[in-house]
Design a protein around this ligand. Structure first.
Ligand code: CTP
Ligand code: MG
Length: 381
């Protein structure tokens, strides 16, 4: 038995985050915050037991956040962080803990390396905390900007977990005036006269506090994978050029239409617009509008892809099928693929072109025209 226990304080309200639920239960990169550090402790071989302090009435939120995990004990916290820690220590007192690591649920990304480092620091110290230097120029704005900078070398940022000899921490908390909050436990142990060792902190352990810390998270969470489908047909006509995928193909007939009649790019445009939830090509480029007479269809594709970009999205891949008896598509496939990749500003392996005949059946079989299908997969908020 290692005698190393871990205590996660997760009893706050997360007021500053402005979230609808206490922040420790809100998802960060797809997982409830408290679940991440809880998992890290539960899976660490040198942590004998995990205790989690939550607010009264937060039991269901925790149960939901930790669904499927087991091996932890729940303690009910108090009005301040310090109260919550103290309630946790009282609950642990009878369990024979030798060392205790106290951690903010609000710091989700806790590595095993950090836990190792703190435990080993306790072999020569009563307390150990992770700290990080202050990198930015630092100023005092208490009375407005007076122009003086503060010596950064002496300013360090303190993180959690903070590791302590269990009995020393309990005694220090008893000495600390009741009704006095403390933003961490190291100051309580220091006030009781103990030395506090420092180990190198980890930027990944950043505390999620303000609404902006969660804005990105929520954005990521809300990004959805979407697909769109497109289909188009143009008829063959003598005296027209044949454009497919933005490439001019030598053929006895071309395709008739208002623009350059690039059937493949039209299907692609509709697939992209469809994925973006932005209607169809006719909504944006009405055939009645003389501006689009003879227009090169890559304009339509670029327009559709710019709608996706404007909505904060990006294209995962596009796949297309050209349906015709003639001309043979295979000799042009590579050129079309490269051209479309360039148009969409994605790599060639995100673009696929296929071709098929209809066994001489139907209008394509009779060589009356060309049909094209396209599908696009995108991520978008
Ligand atoms: N904490 C706690 N009990 C309290 C207050 C805070 O267990 N009465 C915990 C929080 O859940 C958090 C950690 O202490 O994991 C650090 O506190 P903080 O980041 O300030 O969280 P909140 O108090 O929840 O946020 P806010 O101050 O914005 O309300
Ligand atoms: Mg707080």
């Amino acid at each position: 038995m290692s005698g190393n226990h871990a205590l996660i304080v997760a009893a706050g309200q997360g007021e500053r985050s402005g979230l609808a639920i206490p922040k420790q239960f809100a998802p960060v990169k797809g997982q409830p915050m408290v679940r991440r550090s809880a998992t890290s402790f539960l899976e660490h071989p040198d942590i004998e037991k995990l205790w989690i302090v939550i607010g009264s009435g937060q039991e269901q939120l925790l149960e939901h956040a930790l669904a499927g995990l087991s091996g932890y004990e729940i303690v009910i916290g108090g009005p301040t962080r310090r109260d919550s820690v103290r309630n946790g220590l009282s609950a642990i007192a009878a369990s024979g803990a030798k060392n205790i690591l106290i951690h903010d649920a609000a710091r989700p990304f806790l590595s095993h390396a950090m836990i190792d480092k703190l435990i080993s620091a306790l072999s020569h110290s009563v307390a150990a905390i992770p700290v990080l230097p202050t990198i930015d120029t630092t100023i005092n704005l208490a009375n407005g900007y007076a122009g003086e900078t503060i010596d950064r070398d002496s300013l360090w940022r303190v993180q959690t977990p903070q590791a302590f000899d269990f009995d020393s921490l309990v005694q220090a908390h008893a000495l600390w005036g009741s009704g006095n909050d403390a933003s961490d436990d190291a100051q309580i142990v220091k006030a009781a006269g103990h030395q506090v060792a420092v180990v190198e902190g980890d930027e990944a352990l950043k505390k999620y506090t303000m609404a902006t810390d969660f804005a990105q998270t929520t954005d990521n969470m809300m990004k959805q994978t979407r697909t769109g489908i497109g289909f188009d047909v143009h008829r063959f006509s003598t005296g027209e050029e044949l454009w497919l995928g933005g490439i001019k193909i030598d053929h006895e007939k071309g395709l008739a239409g208002h623009s350059d009649a690039d059937v493949l790019l039209h299907a692609l445009t509709d697939a992209l617009l469809g994925a973006a939830g932005a209607g169809d090509i006719g909504d944006h480029f009405p055939p009645s509008d003389p501006r689009w007479r003879g227009a090169a269809s890559d304009k339509f594709v670029s327009f559709a892809s710019s709608i996706i970009n404007q909505k904060g999205g990006h294209i995962h891949n596009v796949d297309m099928t050209v349906i015709c008896e003639v001309p043979k598509i295979k000799p042009h496939r590579a050129a079309i693929r490269h051209n479309i990749a360039e148009m969409l500003n994605i790599s060639v392996d995100q673009v696929n072109i296929k071709a098929t005949t209809t066994e001489r059946l139907g209008f394509t079989g009779r060589e009356e025209g060309i049909a094209a299908q396209a599908i696009a997969t995108i991520s978008m908020r």
